[in-house]
Design a binder for this molecule. Sequence first.
Ligand code: C2O
Ligand code: CU
Length: 530
Amino acid sequence: PQDVYLNLELSYTDLAPDGYTRKVWTANGQYPGPLIHCNRGDRLIINVTNNLKDPATIHWHGIFQLGSTWYDGVGGQTQCPIPAGVSFIYNYTVGEQVGTYWWHSHYLAQYVDGIRGPLIINNPDDPYLGQYDYEYVLTLEDWYHVESHNLVAMRLAQGYEAFNPIPDAGLISGRGQYNCSKAQSGAKCDSNNMPAIYTVTKGKKYRFRIINMSAEAFFFFSIDQHKLKVIEVDGVDIKEIELSVLPIHIGQRFSVIVEASQDSGSYWIRADIPKQCILNRNGTINNNSDIIHNSNITGILRYDDASNDTLPQSNKFNDDWYKKLSPCHDLDINLIKPYEAVAPPQKVTDQFNISIMIYGDSKHTTKAYINGQSWVPDLKNPSIMKIMDQNISATEFPINANAYMYDTEGGAVEIVIYNQNGGDHPFHLHGHNFFIIGMGSSGSPDASQYNLVDPPLRDTVTLPGDGWAVIRYLINNPGVWAFHCHIEWHVELGMVFQLIEMQSKLQQLKMPPSVEALCQPGYQHTKRLA
Ligand code: C2O
Ligand code: CU
């Protein structure tokens, strides 16, 4: 294992990911942000310099932060945000984890403006190592021309009801195409922006690491005339499954092996947003967006002997597998079998239910609720400070903290999640991955049907509209762990829960002074400087 040193400098850069130039919030001036690549067991020492006019944090999506909860990067939970003009060093080991992850700002909706990138942990003992020749990282994002703080302000405004903002474009690896005839006059815009191109050689095999880093979009991912052999889900190697179209919700990652099995030519890589996945609150389909009408978010898979200037003529899969998929839903949990099956906890020490809602109040201001509470970050006095400083008990924890505490080291938690909203919500847990032992689109859980033998292990599960899911995980990581819908607009509406794990153990750990220093009075944690 090695120490890996990196700098991430946050600043504004004018870029045109989809051809339309806007002020992008960047790390090291690039979008998507730099790829962080390390080996199993490495320590990452990442110096984040905040040259934005806003506070910022960085979260390492899927990394457990064993014993280092204060480096998890959740503004208002695990740290005070890094004020404008200040640098902060995240310093943690990736432990035994391997696979495909990502990093993003976890301060308000900032990642949607561009502060996000992939994080890959190389596994020297990868069971699939001999089965591919090269590897590529491929990210998927919805993209907006309006900055997120303005979108959020619109979202929260009276009368806006529950419309999610409608993306202007979709990106594959940071590249997309916008129809500039719709841009306001004077905008700098190029309708012929090149898509992302992946070059392959006939007969070779490629591992694509696919990451959905969106604010809101679910995708059906496919490559025309090339099957996808799925080998990894959210950092866990699985027994291979071959499919033509891959469903992927926000925060989720997959590795697929693609064999360059055609003779030559170019083929569309597709990331379709099914129109059912961007809905109005009343359940109707929002027809205001070209992106969901056309869903032509594309990249190109190009054989190395194919001509550079012809576009693919290939057709989309329309096979039985494709017809079987449900828009906005996860890959069937019965298909995902960990490569080395680990049995989930058979007994639990802590069990609780959470239920999710979204509704407008009498003023038609929409909020999201978990067990009736809508979470608001306390950026000046984050949960970690409260938990470390005083012996606070579950009942004393501030009412709108949306928190649940459990302390049984070596025990197990079961969470039964009820979705009382008609939309689908990709729920992501920090600090752990979890066994999904049951899931349903209707009815209620039946414990006799749980899979306690070989369920999938993931860190992001999509709750079907009006459905439920049951997850279990081991209590082994003291910390404050967010559990939230990864649709960023729902986070802003309060759809966030906090799991306070092993508080007494946590209090015996030593929080680095640099973390505490971020909360010093005089630092500006909430407002913009300009
Ligand atoms: Cu991608 Cu709370 O995280
Ligand atoms: Cu949601």
